[in-house]
Ligand binder design. Structure first.
Ligand code: RUB
Length: 308
C-alpha cells in the first residue's frame, strides 16, 4: 500500500502530472499493490482493490485518464484471489504498454498535419502534443514552436526544456501574449485532460483562450489525446469537474493581507467548445470532435448499459 499512497500523494501535489503520466503511474501503483496484497477471501480482495482505486481516483478530479486507467486496470472476472490478482497485473501491464504505443501513434498521425516551415503554438506541457511536434521535427521538417509560460504552475518551462533538448527552435511567451503572436502561427497543438462526448476539450486553464484566438485568426487548432482520455460518464450527462487548486499557487497569502475586498480563484482547467477544434489527434486516428461518442464506444468499449 505504501507505494500506492506515495503515488497518490505525488499526483495530488503534481510531482506526477499531465493526464497521461497520471494514468500510467496509477496503473503501475495498482499493479504493484495487486502483486503484494494479502487477502483471505474474495470479498476482502474486492474491497481492498476498491479502496485502492478510490484513493487514486480522489487525487485529482479533472483528468479522466485517471478513472479510465483505474477502471481498465481493476476490471476482473476471476473468482479466486490468485486469478484476480493476475488479471489486474495483466490489465495494468497492457494499459501501460498501450499508453506508450498511443503516444507514438499520435506522433506519427499528428506529424502528417505539420508542414515544412510551420510555426506551432503549444500550451502547458503535454506529452501527446510534444509527441506530434518532435516526430515532425525528427522527420526533418524545419519547424519552430511558441510555448506559453502557463501560469500559475509554469508547465511551459518543462515544455521549452523538452523542445530545447530536441534542438527545436522555441520561443517562450507569457500567456497573455498568445493572441499577439497568433497571426504568425500555422497550428496550435495542445493536449487533453478529458474529451467530453460532444467533443469539447478539457485542458489546462488558458487553452480555450488560445482556441478562441486561433479561431479568430483562422489558425488550425489541434488537440492531441489518447483514446483513454475520452470521458464515458459524459454520455450519462455528467459534467467533467474542473479542479480548483490552492490560491497559494497564484499569490503569496501575505500579499492578500489587508485586502478584505479581494478573493482569488485558481481553476486549473477550462473547456474549449468543439466548434473551435479542427481535429483531435488520437491513437485511433485524426478525428473531428463530433466522433467522440464513437471513440468512447469503440475504443473504450463502454456503452450506456455499462455505465448506468
Ligand atoms: C496538464 C495538462 C496537459 C494534459 C495533457 O495539467 O493540462 O495539457 O494533461 O498532458 P497539469 P499529456 O499540469 O495540471 O497536470 O499529453 O502529457 O497527458
Amino acid at each position: 500500500m505504501n507505494h500506492l499512497l506515495e503515488t497518490a500523494e505525488k499526483i495530488r501535489t503534481m510531482e506526477i502530472r499531465g493526464a497521461g503520466r497520471i494514468a500510467t503511474s496509477a496503473a503501475f501503483a495498482l499493479r504493484e499493490y495487486a502483486e503484494t496484497l494479502k487477502a483471505e477471501s474474495m470479498e476482502q480482495f474486492d474491497s481492498m482493490i476498491a479502496d485502492a482505486a478510490n484513493i487514486l481516483i480522489d487525487t485529482r478530479p479533472t483528468a479522466v485518464s485517471l478513472p479510465n486507467a483505474v477502471r481498465l486496470t481493476t476490471k476482473y472476472t476471476a473468482s479466486t484471489v490468485e486469478d484476480a490478482r493476475q488479471e489486474i497485473i495483466n490489465n495494468a501491464s497492457r494499459f501501460i504498454k498501450q499508453a506508450d504505443e498511443a503516444l507514438e501513434k499520435i506522433g506519427t498521425i499528428g506529424a502528417r498535419r505539420i508542414h515544412e516551415g510551420d510555426l506551432i503554438m503549444t500550451h502547458c506541457n503535454s506529452h501527446a502534443a510534444l509527441s506530434v511536434i518532435t516526430t515532425a521535427f525528427e522527420q526533418g521538417k524545419n519547424i519552430s514552436v511558441i510555448a506559453t509560460e502557463t501560469r500559475p504552475r509554469k508547465q511551459g518551462l518543462l515544455t521549452i526544456k523538452h523542445l530545447n533538448d530536441f534542438g527545436i527552435p522555441t520561443t517562450l511567451i507569457v500567456d497573455s501574449a498568445a493572441r499577439y503572436f497568433m497571426k504568425y502561427v500555422d497550428n496550435v497543438i495542445v493536449g487533453a485532460d478529458a474529451i467530453a462526448v460532444n467533443g469539447a476539450l478539457v485542458n489546462k486553464i488558458g487553452t480555450s483562450q488560445l482556441a478562441l484566438a486561433a479561431h479568430e485568426a483562422r489558425v488550425n487548432f489541434l488537440a492531441a489525446a489518447e483514446t483513454y482520455k475520452f470521458s464515458p460518464n459524459t454520455i450519462l450527462g455528467e459534467l467533467i469537474k474542473i479542479e480548483e487548486r490552492s490560491i497559494d499557487e497564484v499569490i503569496e497569502p501575505r500579499e492578500l493581507e489587508n485586502l478584505q475586498n479581494v478573493i482569488v480563484k485558481n481553476p486549473a482547467f477550462d473547456i474549449t467548445p468543439p466548434e473551435y477544434i479542427d481535429l483531435i489527434i488520437t491513437d485511433g486516428g485524426a478525428l473531428p470532435p463530433g466522433m467522440a461518442y464513437t471513440v468512447i464506444k469503440e475504443h473504450l468499449g463502454w456503452e450506456l448499459k455499462d455505465l448506468v
